[in-house]
Design a protein around this ligand. Structure first.
Ligand code: SF4
Length: 316
């Protein structure tokens, strides 16, 4: 695996450093974002916040603005909180990493092994797939007990003298060769050890628990102008998704609006929620309800907008 990784690894900016801060940022970005999509965000984020101190001293709104487009904003909030908690030297022990906001076992093992050479296997969905196939193991990888077993197995396989490279090699194998739908077994460096390949079952594994049912949601989003200003509503600070972000009102949040012509439709998906926004021009007169504000059209670039609202505004 180490020889193969040395030859085949993709040249990625976070692989050119052992700076735990840079590795941490990349690991958090890559949790829900593909490498190709994360690259530009990573470069920009590191330029804006090159050290843990610069991130700790930033305003939360600046951190969220740099994160805009990556989704799952709790990641950015936790990065900010953790940077404040670090307050000095980056922790170099697994247990000290694990107590930071947003750092679970996988991330602690990834940062610990890559930046500090700590012998912890980093187990994520990619690695579970590779392990299930290597051992031809039909256990449900969503089941906590099976996960614990897979984690113990990966710890057994880990090369303790090169834990960082070994973890990255396994991740790379899962990301580029042992991919979910059509694994490229012909190019696989561990094909001769792979029990699923020997049994011809590689595409049947891993077994995953029941998927969350898709939920379709229809929303009528309202574009209301008063001169050069547009009416927006801010999500409350307790909102589960994107608290503090601004968005277009809709027929639920502004029931008394006079709804006019359609300007287009946009779709937006958050996990298993599939939203279809019908964007309509509307008129509204009255006192501003709490949470609403008129924003000048030239200032929208500086306003923290939800991605769905940005998509809707592109239709106008
Ligand atoms: Fe995955 Fe195929 Fe390699 Fe087995 S042989 S680990 S299924 S790519």
């Amino acid at each position: 695996m180490l020889d193969w990784f040395a030859r085949a690894k993709r040249d990625l900016p976070w692989r050119r450093t052992r700076d735990p801060y840079a590795i941490w940022i990349s690991e958090i970005m890559l949790q829900q974002t593909r490498v190709a999509a994360a690259l530009g965000f990573y470069e920009r984020f590191m330029k804006r916040f090159p050290t843990v101190a610069s991130l700790a001293n930033a305003l939360e709104s600046d951190v969220l603005a740099q994160w805009a487009g990556l989704g799952y904003y709790s990641r950015a909030r936790n990065l900010h909180k953790a940077a404040k908690a670090i307050n000095g030297e980056f922790p170099n022990r697994y247990d000290a990493l694990l107590v930071l906001p947003g750092i679970g076992e996988y991330t602690a093992a990834a940062i610990g092994s890559i930046a500090f050479g700590l012998p912890y296997a980093a187990v994520d969905g990619n690695l579970l797939r590779v392990l299930a196939r290597l051992d031809n193991d039909p256990s449900d990888i969503g089941n906590p007990r099976a996960r614990a077993r897979f984690t113990a197995r990966s710890q057994e396989l880990l090369d303790p003298s090169h834990p960082g490279d070994f973890n990255q090699a396994m991740m790379e194998l899962g990301a580029t060769i042992c991919v979910p739908k059509a694994p490229r077994c012909g190019e696989c460096p561990v094909q001769k050890y792979c029990a699923a390949y020997a049994a011809g079952r590689q595409t049947e594994l891993p077994i995953k628990g029941r998927k969350q049912t898709k939920v379709e949601i229809e929303v009528t989003a309202l574009v209301i102008f008063r001169g050069d200003r547009m009416l927006l509503i801010q999500r409350s600070s307790e909102a589960g998704q994107m608290p503090g972000f601004w968005e277009l009102p809709d027929t639920q949040t502004l029931q008394s609006a006079k709804v006019g012509a359609e300007v287009g439709q946009v779709r937006h998906t958050i996990t298993h929620h599939h939203y279809r926004y019908t964007v309509r021009l509307a008129e509204w007169t009255g006192k501003l309800p709490p949470g609403f504000a008129w924003k000048h059209r030239n200032k929208l670039d500086e306003t923290l907008l939800t991605t769905a609202t940005k998509k809707a505004l592109r239709k106008c």
